[in-house]
Ligand binder design. Structure first.
Ligand code: ASP
Length: 332
């Protein structure tokens, strides 16, 4: 039997109704009670590491999850992390960088309805996650609604539907159907070296979703607050305003101050390309880093991670010029 470690962190899957609404209330032992026949199919170990709604999962918790996963990598065939859905895509992305080249499958999952609810999707999601964890395919994945995605390509797209996540700009890694767990090996980036825990992060990264007419002085505020990185979700394939309210000159000031600026698109699907339009080329001339087809979650966490590894902006640019875990593809 495959040795599977279940790390629990909270989320709806482990929640109970309280006077203040749903809150994580079940520990791993209680959760195990609802696993149906799963413990008979795997050699299962359960460890509680957190009891949090994932809205409260932040860089400190990412480090704890990464360390727990890293320490368990040689003792188990696969690792499942149960986690709230709200920030699961951020955790999946950042883990992809922090435990790059992990030699076993690490599969995040959760649920839209608590495991105690008679209509829960949690058991189904755990089944898919356990099957992927037992598959022998190394990497960080997210399993939901009988589908498995690359962790750094997953985005939460629905608040209540069971199909809560989409795999953005990347094919599904696996699906459950009449043939069982059908895996697409060509959708799993190969490991390219030993696994090293790189868990340093820079939290001083801000995300700006551009709105028409956004006041460029927002950059002055970020600089005065000592932000070291900004991800801009720009318009369409890549544009930002520079008449009347000139964001481009603020990009110049940001670059002079050593702030790393990554640009991507507010469109969920397909790649940004700032070479296309004058407005984008002006931004590139000020040294912004292209996020190409990365999800916002993957771009924000990669910038936090990259700035945690180095203070040298050229090295940050180099880290963004290559894929760490399959998070970016459309580079020129
Ligand atoms: N608020 C919950 C959480 O992210 C939502 C969920 O798990 O589905 O922890």
């Amino acid at each position: 039997m495959k040795r599977i470690l279940l790390l629990t962190t909270g989320g709806t899957i482990a929640s109970r109704l309280t006077d203040e609404g749903l809150a994580p209330g079940l520990d791993g032992a209680a959760l195990s009670h609802y696993l149906g026949g799963l413990p008979d199919s795997y050699d299962l170990t359960v460890r509680d590491i957190l009891h949090l709604d994932s809205s409260n999962i932040q860089p400190e918790e990412w480090r704890l999850i990464a360390q727990s996963v890293y320490e368990a990598r040689n003792g188990f065939d696969g690792i499942v992390v149960s986690h709230g859905t709200d920030t699961m895509a951020y955790t999946a992305s950042v883990l992809s960088y922090m435990v790059r080249n992990i030699p076993v499958p690490v599969v995040l999952t959760g649920a839209q309805l608590p495991i105690e609810h008679p209509l829960t999707d949690g058991l189904d999601n755990l089944r898919t996650a356990f099957a992927m964890a037992a598959s022998g395919r190394p990497g960080v994945f997210l399993a939901f609604d009988r589908r498995v995605m690359l962790g750094c390509r997953a985005v939460k797209t629905h608040t209540t539907a069971f199909g809560a996540f989409d795999s953005v700009n990347w094919p599904l890694v696996a699906q459950v159907n009449g043939a069982g767990l059908t895996i697409r090996d060509d959708a799993i980036p190969p490991t390219d070296g030993p696994c090293v825990l790189r868990d340093k992060l820079c939290e001083a990264v801000f995300l700006i979703k551009l709105t028409p007419g956004l006041d460029p002085e927002v950059f002055d505020m970020l600089l005065s607050m000592h932000y070291r990185g900004v991800v801009i979700e720009a318009f369409g394939a890549g544009g930002l305003h520079f008449i009347r309210r000139n964001l481009i000159e603020k990009l110049h000031a940001a670059a002079q101050s050593g702030m790393a600026v990554v640009v991507c698109s507010q469109c969920l699907y397909e790649s940004s390309n700032f070479y296309l339009y004058q407005a984008g080329q002006k931004a590139l001339a000020e040294g912004v880093i292209q996020g190409w087809d990365m999800t916002t979650e993957a771009a924000v966490t990669k910038l936090m991670w990259a700035l945690g590894q180095t203070g040298d902006l050229d090295e940050v640019r180099t880290l963004f010029s290559k894929s760490i875990a399959g998070e970016v593809q459309n580079r020129r």
